[in-house]
Design a protein around this ligand. Structure first.
Ligand SMILES: NC(=O)c1ccc[n+]([C@@H]2O[C@H](COP(=O)([O-])OP(=O)(O)OC[C@H]3O[C@@H](n4cnc5c(N)ncnc54)[C@H](OP(=O)(O)O)[C@@H]3O)[C@@H](O)[C@H]2O)c1
Length: 350
């Protein structure tokens, strides 16, 4: 029988824990505050910003949204980001990544990656500004640290969707199969964007290569407990593919069924059908608004599937909030002191 994951339920449990954490911060006079920049031409960004704001405020995290246009001069947005970097009351910054296609419609012949890079590279990180405000884990310095496996020491965070996926796998281990660890399995990640595929691949690969020298304490949601003896280096593998890589795998008979864990983030409806997957597989569907997984044909074949909606989506929002709180660890006591003075008397408790 296939277990269908309940994202809302686990997200609510995580939210309760985060709320306690926020209240503990409030009791110490520390009030986390996130500022999210979004671009009004992208409707999805408006929706996501509003959902995140609702969740943040229900937890007691102040969340302020700042609107720009694709037509806004880059220098103006960069100047605003620098102001947020220097503002001691702002503990986290998000730049809501717009849909590339939407951006290109407004900026024909523009270079989306260059535009995006010129903004995210301005967000404060520990090395550049002494504190880390990159809540999304999408700044080039953060991605570089994830690739090098130093993100934890550098007090950075994984992109929220990657953290959400790890959290779901951890929950599977905690509640369904205590012998399961992705570090001992063959894992396939489909979709190689910065939001999920690439950072998740780097993180998993680093852990597998290190023979599971695993983080025990960093971040409530991304702990993975596995002993070195459980890791069989011969068996475990993580593979990252895009369009061509997946087509090549599908051409090879039975190739997808080599993988116990499949994580798909392409946005291509029903891309993964039951005849491609192995019995007892664990399938994480990151596609939105429609799922990548053809649920009916995978039922009773996979052991575990995250549905769309109510799977990875709600877990991503709560993971983002967990990221916002983890960033506070990068603030030296001195700065938290100044920050407390700045917002004294402003109680944002729910
Ligand atoms: N639930 C959540 O919290 C959450 C968060 C973020 C994103 N998402 C969803 O995840 C999906 C991907 O978003 P994104 O921002 O990462 O998109 P993206 O930057 O456009 O990347 C899409 C990726 O999917 C791959 N791809 C597309 N069609 C494919 C196919 N037929 N076979 C194999 N790979 C294919 C692309 O491969 P190439 O590299 O070869 O082009 C690319 O690597 C969307 O549905 C988005 O809504 C969900």
């Amino acid at each position: 029988m296939t277990i269908i994951f309940d994202g809302e339920k686990l997200a609510k449990q995580k939210e309760l824990k985060l709320k306690q954490k926020v209240m503990a911060y409030h009791a110490k006079g520390i009030y986390p505050k996130v500022v999210a920049i979004f671009f009004h031409e992208d409707q999805a960004s408006i929706l996501y910003t509003s959902l995140k704001k609702q969740t943040a405020e229900s937890l007691g995290i102040a969340y302020q949204a700042k609107e720009f246009s694709f037509a806004s001069p880059v220098e103006e947005i960069q100047k605003y980001i620098e102001e947020l970097n220097a503002d001691p009351s702002v503990t986290g910054i998000i730049i809501q990544k717009p849909w590339t296609k939407k951006w290109l419609e407004s900026v024909p012949n523009g270079d989306f990656n260059e535009w995006w890079g010129s903004l995210v590279s301005k967000i404060a990180t520990k090395k550049s500004h002494g504190v880390n405000k990159d809540v999304d884990g999408l700044a080039p310095a953060t991605l570089e640290a994830i690739k090098n496996g130093t993100w934890m020491q550098d007090q950075m965070v994984l992109p929220a969707t990657a953290r959400a996926v790890l959290s779901i796998l951890k929950d599977y281990r905690a509640n369904v199969d205590s012998d399961f660890s992705y570090l001992t399995e063959k894992v396939l990640i489909i979709g190689q964007s910065d939001l999920l595929g690439r950072p998740l691949y780097w993180h998993m690969q680093n852990l597998m290569q290190k023979g599971a020298t695993v983080p025990q304490t960093f971040g409530e949601v991304c702990q993975v407990a596995v002993s070195e003896s459980q890791v069989s280096k011969n068996k475990c593998e993580v593979k990252l593919v895009g369009k061509q890589g997946l087509a090549e795998l599908i051409e090879q008979k039975k190739s997808l069924s080599d993988f116990r864990v499949i994580i798909s983030a392409t946005g291509q409806k029903n891309l993964i059908k039951g005849d491609l997957i192995a019995d007892h597989s664990i399938i994480i569907d990151v596609g939105e608004p429609q799922g990548d997984i053809d649920l009916p044909s995978c039922l009773n074949k996979a052991d575990f599937i995250t549905p769309v909606p109510n799977g990875v989506g709600p877990m991503t929002v709560v993971s983002l909030m967990a990221n916002a709180l983890d960033l506070l660890r990068s603030f030296p006591q001195k700065i938290l002191g100044d920050f407390n003075q700045f917002i004294v008397g402003k109680d944002l408790s729910p």
